[in-house]
Design a protein around this ligand. Structure first.
Ligand code: HEC
Length: 134
């Protein structure tokens, strides 16, 4: 029985370690800012070399009548990962982001009232983009 005192803290430590998911801001900096810029305005270092101009991600709501187009944004981000059926846009230079699919699935309602089980890191990025809206 005494072993419990040793095993329990170890198990808790392992749990905390596993739960350490990067924030939306961190994932945006790692996976998106090269093109979209840290501010999301589309002025990343790679932007000039692309055939298509990276979208200004601070204007998504403004261009959508003031409402954050969460469902469209999620389809776009998830589409990049290459796994959302029928979502791939072959004309887009956006790469695939496999690591962002790891982790838990959480319900995401992008504004259409339908909550879809969605990888948590994609949801965090969408929430982060929402916070960037001007
Ligand atoms: C290799 C460069 C590149 C990277 C990396 C990149 N993007 Fe993009 N992104 C683009 C380009 C170019 C466009 C405009 C063409 C298009 O819509 O595909 C775009 C468009 C978008 C749009 C559509 C905006 C609209 O008006 O609907 C969203 C949302 C977006 N990107 C989010 C992201 C997020 C989030 C990440 C990181 C997970 C990311 N992008 C990484 C180049 C990139």
């Amino acid at each position: 029985m005494r072993w419990g005192w040793i095993v329990l803290p170890l198990a808790l430590a392992a749990c905390v370690e596993k739960e350490k998911v990067p924030t939306g801001a961190e994932d945006f900096a790692s996976f998106c800012s090269a093109c979209h810029g840290l501010s999301g305005k589309g002025d990343g270092a790679m932007a000039a070399e692309l055939g298509r101009k990276p979208a200004n991600l601070t204007q998504l709501s403004a261009k959508n009548g003031g409402a954050f187009p969460g469902t469209r944004v999620m389809a776009k981000i998830w589409g990049y990962t290459g796994v959302a059926p029928g979502r791939q846009d072959s004309a887009s230079p956006m790469p695939e982001f496999g690591p962002l699919l790891q982790g838990d699935l959480v319900p995401y309602d992008g504004g259409d009232g339908i909550a879809t089980p969605t990888p948590v890191r994609l949801v965090q990025i969408a929430e982060y983009l929402k916070s960037l809206q001007k």
